[in-house]
Design a protein around this ligand. Structure first.
Ligand code: GAR
Length: 201
């Protein structure tokens, strides 16, 4: 059973998908702590409702980004976390945290990377006029949304799509592939070969 720490800044629907998958035994692991940089993140409330430790760490009370990332790393290490899952965590992860969890941090991003990294990925996809959009689970490395890709899912872009309707269609797939990727990690099935993640099938 691996111990999972989730970092979330907002609504936490991906956190919920992970909580559900652990609760139903689909992942051989448990969400042991949820950390947020926002005091009012609904993700913290979801954690409390699931009986999981919910911790708000205020970035304003630390002396800069590195100190904040060090505090995140220490909090996760203190709880013996094996895998860190970013789930709508809207800050760039810095070295002190990355180096504490090399190859043990995943992120979900609402685009088919390497297309449309960064903020407002679904709006970027619509503005670009792509016909297929989707989401990506990847290992976190120093470059934003750049790490080795574990899993992706595609959805069509429809002519009358808005950012909201496209985001909703992508979100359904996020909730499917994030727990699946974590399940594979937890069962030791993922293997890195350069940029490629093998062992999925
Ligand atoms: C999700 O769509 C996730 O892919 C995205 O934020 C949303 C969070 O929703 N993440 C990013 O854009 C990261 N660059 P949630 O709080 O309901 O899981």
């Amino acid at each position: 059973m691996i111990r999972i720490g989730v970092l979330a800044s907002g609504r936490g629907s991906n956190l919920q998908a992970l909580l559900d998958a652990c609760g139903e035994g689909r992942i051989d692991g448990e969400v042991a702590v949820v950390l947020s940089d926002k005091a009012d993140a609904y993700a913290l409330e979801r954690a409390r409702q699931a009986g999981v430790a919910a911790i708000f760490l205020d970035p304003a009370t630390y002396g800069g980004r590195n100190a904040y990332n060090m505090a995140l790393a220490e909090t996760l290490k203190a709880r013996a976390i094996d895998l860190v899952c970013l789930a709508g965590y809207m800050r760039i992860v810095r070295k002190p945290l990355l180096e504490a969890y090399p190859g043990r941090m995943l992120n979900i991003h609402p685009s088919l990377l390497p297309a449309f990294p960064g903020l407002d990925a679904q709006a970027q996809a619509l503005a670009h006029g792509v016909k297929v959009a989707g989401c990506t689970v990847h290992f976190v490395t120093e470059g934003m949304d750049e790490g080795p890709i574990v899993m992706q899912a595609a959805v069509p872009v429809l002519e009358d799509d808005t950012v909201a309707s496209l985001s909703e269609r992508i979100l359904v797939e996020e909730h499917r592939i994030y727990p699946e990727a974590v399940r594979l990690f937890a069962s030791g099935q993922l293997r890195l070969e350069g940029r490629r993640v093998l062992g999925l099938y």
